[in-house]
Design a protein around this ligand. Structure first.
Ligand SMILES: *Cc1c(COP(=O)(O)O)cnc(C)c1O
Length: 422
């Protein structure tokens, strides 16, 4: 199946006489014919559901759909994108370890890694997109557990050179984790470029209607934990699971199985079945929406580029963008619906411009059907230091426009009337 078909058809496949639409199994608990069977479930020796904190049939079917979309062997939904990135790291990193991370990532992830993980004893070693291979290699040591990047950084729109990062990480027998939130698997499938684990904030385009917060981790099944020889948490007995060895019992799904039966069991950042039902509705139209988001964003970027009141435009889909070559390689179908630009006159004019918009509304959210606008330096990225802002590619005049799926003429007319007021 092609990705457009997978969005609609993957996951729930009803049998004769069953409901056509994904049922919401709003049940915390499951019934068994024998105590022995339940014992086997707890031993992980038979598949099935024990308790909704760990797994649920509605949730599982949508996990299967996202795994299929990314081309992975398994996925785990979480209650938020933050929870997905947290568990993706904690699954293989502990106090005393470190991770190597691109600085061109979402501000919330920078907070999580630079401050909160640090308090847990995990150090994050950031590199900027300009860093040379040698500089990035130098960040690795024997306690480096993974490398982390973001396909298209929110909101700096820097395109990650996934193949380059994968080859650096693999030289150190470490996996590459990529946050693929902005492109979604409709526009980019990082596993095809050597990435090992993908994470998502499903809150953005996947849901697409700004109705449910959620996240996901997807396992490619490609990283050979055994051969790497440095992931005892996967290749040696887990005390908290009467000695299960994940790589022996679960093979290619070792990483994602451990994330579920150990970390989801312990942290409990579980998505609700009803929320996952809503996510699935969004996924059904994802491919169609991404196409329109990209078309509209391209038109907006081209309009802004010619506008006399605009200082600069950043959209990797523009031929003039320094990111264009990377975008053509990794995102040939389109980059995403987010365009960032600077209004001439700096912070003050940018604010005035935003206040004058009528169709595009000021919201914190990004990447849903409605056109919206945000000033990251004073909001989502407010907690970053000036240096972190520069490293993340965010200037004080940067306006982030999340171009929706409305008629393009209405979007352009709204921008024009707001510029007229400056
Ligand atoms: C929003 C976002 C997150 C955090 O996800 P939540 O669902 O808000 O917790 C992580 N990564 C990226 C790229 C995001 O845009």
């Amino acid at each position: 199946m092609r990705v457009e078909t997978q969005c609609v058809q993957e996951g729930y496949k009803p049998e004769n006489g069953q409901p056509r639409i994904l049922p919401i199994y709003q049940s915390t608990t499951y019934k068994y014919d024998s105590a022995e069977h339940l014992g086997k479930l707890f031993d992980l020796s038979v598949p099935g559901h024990m308790y909704t904190r760990i797994s649920n049939p509605t949730v599982e079917l949508v996990e299967n759909k996202i795994a299929a979309l990314e081309g992975g062997v398994g996925a785990m939904l979480t209650s938020s994108g933050q929870a997905a990135n947290l568990l993706a790291v904690l699954n293989i990193a502990s106090a005393g370890d470190n991770i190597v991370c691109s600085s061109a990532i979402y501000g919330g992830t920078i907070n999580l890694f630079a401050f909160t993980l640090k308090r847990l004893g995990i150090e994050t070693r950031f590199f900027t997109p300009e860093a040379t291979d040698a500089e990035i290699h130098a960040l690795f040591d024997e306690r480096t557990r993974l490398m982390f990047g973001e396909t298209v950084a929110n909101p700096a729109l820097l395109v990650c050179d996934i193949e380059r990062l994968a080859s650096i990480a693999h030289a150190h027998n470490a996996p590459l984790v990529i946050d693929n939130t902005f492109p979604t698997p409709v526009l980019c499938r990082p596993f095809e470029f050597g990435c090992d684990i993908v994470t998502h904030s499903t809150t953005k385009y996947m849901d697409g209607h700004a109705s449910v917060v959620g996240g996901c981790i997807v396992d490619s099944g490609n990283f050979d934990w055994q051969a790497a020889g440095r992931y005892p948490e996967l290749t040696e007995p887990d005390e908290s699971y009467h000695g299960v060895v994940y790589t022996e019992s679960f093979g290619k799904t070792a990483y994602i199985t451990k994330a579920r039966v150990q970390l989801m069991r312990d942290f409990g950042c579980t998505p609700q079945p009803i929320a996952v039902f809503l996510l699935n509705l969004g996924l059904e139209t994802l491919a169609v929406r991404m196409e329109r988001h990209c078309q509209n964003a391209q038109a907006v970027a081209e309009y802004l580029e010619k506008h006399p009141k605009v200082g600069w435009v950043n959209y990797p889909g523009l031929a003039s963008s320094p990111q264009h070559a990377l975008a053509q390689k990794y995102l040939p179908k389109g980059v995403c619906g987010v365009v960032s630009f600077g209004v001439k006159g700096g912070r003050e004019k940018a604010m005035q411009f935003m206040d004058s918009l009528k169709l595009a509304q000021i919201v914190v959210h990004v990447a849903d059907a409605r056109t919206s606008v945000l000033h990251p330096a004073s909001t989502t990225h407010r907690q970053l230091t000036d240096e972190q802002l520069v490293d993340a590619g965010i200037s004080a005049d940067l306006v982030r426009l999340s171009v929706g799926i409305e008629n393009i003429d209405d979007i352009l007319e709204d921008l024009e009337q707001a510029f007229d007021k400056l």
